[in-house]
Design a binder for this molecule. Structure first.
Ligand SMILES: C[S@@+](CC[C@H](N)C(=O)[O-])C[C@H]1O[C@@H](n2cnc3c(N)ncnc32)[C@H](O)[C@@H]1O
Length: 631
């Protein structure tokens, strides 16, 4: 008997997967035949029946119910996009050079409709080609969630209850899973948990659920240590083991790279986790509010007109009064409690987001892990010097560990924990912190990585990847308080650091002087403007050999990648705190001539969906000047 061809091994790092019915005779012969061709285009195959497909689909935004997935030919892209029917053929033909003419033809008006019609006719009769095919014909109505004749099925509504399994996290801090028929998302839980929950909202085929009962804990399930875990949006993943969180974050990184089409160009190493994933935040911003979020298990009747804490998820106008916070630095909770108690005792009015009234707006705590120094920044809506002084004195007396206290005034309506003006009420107005043996000054308005120990790992990697040998001009773009610039200075010819916040630049200059670091120049201004000046030949801005970029969460300004490509430094190290935005910058840089060498994520934010990532790129385009000499 002839040996049946075997489907190729499933490649999980592919750019997309054609989903096929493994029980169908046609599909199972078709897959090994086309497998090698599609593999060359970065596409793989995955059986519709595999757990992996069910899990991936549950993590896909707006995934159709499983019954509908199986009703037609599907292509699942690494970015979660699902392509169906004739479009799968069109997409695949567009990936293969010799099929490209067909791809173009089947997109032309008129021919497109004919091609789609032929596909539908073929699909409708595929059962006559192979009786082994179990896919329902696409013309047959898919299993409908509307009431059936028996009246047993309808679209889920608010309050309906379901049992479901969780499979993973998404980048917004939701646990994702499936009822078998519907995709679900909920706060809390852990992958492979089985839950019963009630529908709070439905977005097409995605149900938003409030968990009611953990039916069966998965192997990664843990008891959440924080009493606010069900109400606070801060650490969504407390119920999941830290090891599993790192696995999920690795997937979030590969998903972001896949969405930008650059997955598979470099290996994505396992995420480097924290030794201690608790009490790691050296900075936290809390809000005062005149509307307290009432937690589900509270006894009725407690006052609700004052709160100091974090905003309840999705509620900009209410704050959850925190009695504990497991990720805040040791000693921070006690300061928070004193600040709340004293404000109430002194009758100070908390801010109302709705009416824009009240004095107290924010309380920011900062801590030097190595130095033990603690800064409190009190943000108020008005000057009120006596009131603030009375409050500050009481807080300093209650918490003598505070080494400096700054008063900032924010008269605007935007809820930001910064002020238009600042004055130092107590101490120096800054704290000091250490990183890899260097000392840094951090004032109220300066950026500093919120997890000091992990920042050391992150920066060690940046230095390793930048690998200056003493000859290079290095640019540190978005340099904050000068951390990366100072760490690189020892091994570079010169480091030029660019940052737009004046306080951060001032801190960086003072830190350079205090550490005796030479060979660093700091430029205060917008990165885009400074890059234009460099490209324009400004004499004080020599062309860089190495560039490190560490942009804010929004990623690079859309014009910055093109400027970097014009500068074409030999090595480019991209530090991203939000790869969902950063990956498209990376794609643009690769498109322009860079090769991706290494992707390494470091977890600075346990129990949240955030992860920091170092992406190392090397110029692989033409040698600068080659085109000129040839021309
Ligand atoms: C993620 S932080 C990185 C800081 C520093 N590399 C570090 O790790 O400590 C981003 C920094 O970019 C600065 N920034 C944001 N937009 C900027 C722009 N358009 N031009 C210059 N700096 C900018 C912010 O003030 C912030 O200090």
């Amino acid at each position: 008997m002839a040996k049946q061809p075997q489907p190729p091994e499933m490649d999980r790092d592919a750019q997309g997967w054609v989903l096929y019915d493994a029980s169908c005779g046609v599909c199972s012969r078709w897959v090994p035949f086309w497998g090698p061709t599609l593999a060359r285009q970065g596409l793989g195959f995955a059986p519709l029946q595999s757990d992996w497909v069910v899990e991936r689909m549950a993590l896909t935004a707006e995934a159709p119910p499983p019954e509908e997935i199986a009703s037609d030919l599907r292509l699942l892209l690494a970015n979660g996009e699902l392509i169906s029917g004739a479009d799968v053929y069109r997409h695949v033909m567009g990936c293969i050079w010799w099929a490209m003419p067909m791809h173009v033809l089947t997109r032309l008006p008129g021919l497109r409709q004919i091609f789609d019609g032929v596909y539908r006719a073929f699909a409708a009769h595929r059962h006559e080609i192979s009786r082994a095919c179990r896919m329902p014909a696409p013309s047959a109505k898919p299993a409908s969630p509307e009431p059936s004749k028996a009246g047993t099925q309808r679209k889920p509504r608010h309050g309906d209850e379901f049992e479901f399994s969780l499979v993973g996290f998404d980048r917004r801090g939701w646990s994702r899973g499936s009822t078998g028929e519907w995709s679900v998302r909920m706060r809390g839980g852990a992958p492979r948990d089985r839950w019963r929950g009630t529908v709070i909202r439905r977005r097409r085929s995605l149900l938003e659920i409030r968990g009611l009962e953990l039916i069966e804990a998965g192997p990664a399930h843990r008891e959440a240590p924080c009493s606010h875990h069900n109400s606070c949006g801060g650490c969504s993943f407390q119920e999941c083991s830290y090891e599993e969180q790192l696995v999920q974050k690795h997937r979030l990184v590969t998903d972001a790279l896949g969405a930008a089409g650059v997955l598979g160009l470099a290996s994505v190493e396992a995420v480097i986790g924290c030794e201690n994933p608790w009490a790691y935040r050296n900075k936290m911003e809390f809000s005062f509010s005149n509307r307290r979020w009432i937690e589900a298990d509270e006894p009725p009747g407690a006052p609700a007109d004052f709160a100091l804490g974090l905003h309840a998820p999705g509620r900009f106008d209410k704050a959850l009064a925190l009695s504990e916070c497991r990720i805040l630095f040791p000693g921070g909770e006690a300061i928070l409690q004193s600040a709340g108690r004293l404000a109430r005792e002194l009758g100070l009015a908390p801010w109302s987001v709705r009416n824009h009234t009240g004095c107290l707006r924010h309380l920011v705590l900062r801590h030097g892990v190595y130095t033990g120094e603690i800064m409190v920044v009190l943000v108020t809506s008005e000057e009120t010097p006596e009131l603030v002084l009375t409050y500050a004195k009481a807080l300093l007396a209650a918490q003598p560990c505070i080494t400096t206290l700054v008063h900032a005034i924010n008269t605007g309506v935007a809820s930001v924990a910064r002020g238009e003006s600042e004055r130092v009420i107590f101490g120096s107005g800054y704290i000091e912190e250490q990183l890899l043996g260097l000392h840094f000054r951090i004032s109220a308005g300066s950026f500093f990585q919120i997890n000091t120990r992990q920042a050391e790992i992150l920066f060690r990697m940046v230095v390793e990847e930048a690998a200056p040998t003493g000859e290079e001009i290095v640019y540190d773009l978005y340099s904050g308080a000068g951390t990366i610039a100072l760490l690189l200075a020892a091994a570079a010819r010169e480091v030029l650091a660019f940052e737009e916040v004046p306080a951060a630049v001032a801190d960086a200059r003072r830190s350079a002087a205090a550490n005796g670091v030479e060979g660093v120049r700091f430029f205060e201004g917008d990165v885009l403007v400074e890059l234009d000046r460099a490209l324009g030949g400004a004499p004080e801005l020599p062309r860089p050999d190495v560039v490190v970029v560490d942009p804010p969460r929004s990623g690079l300004h859309p014009k910055v990648p093109a400027k970097l490509l014009e500068l074409a430094p030999r090595r480019l190290i991209y530090v991203s705190c939000n790869l969902h935005n950063g990956a498209s910058d990376i794609a643009q840089l690769i498109e322009g001539g860079y090769a991706l060498r290494r992707v390494q994520a470091v977890d600075l934010f346990p129990h949240t969906p955030h992860v920091e990532c170092v992406l190392s790129l090397e110029w692989a385009g033409p040698q600068p000047g080659l085109a000129d000499s040839e021309g």
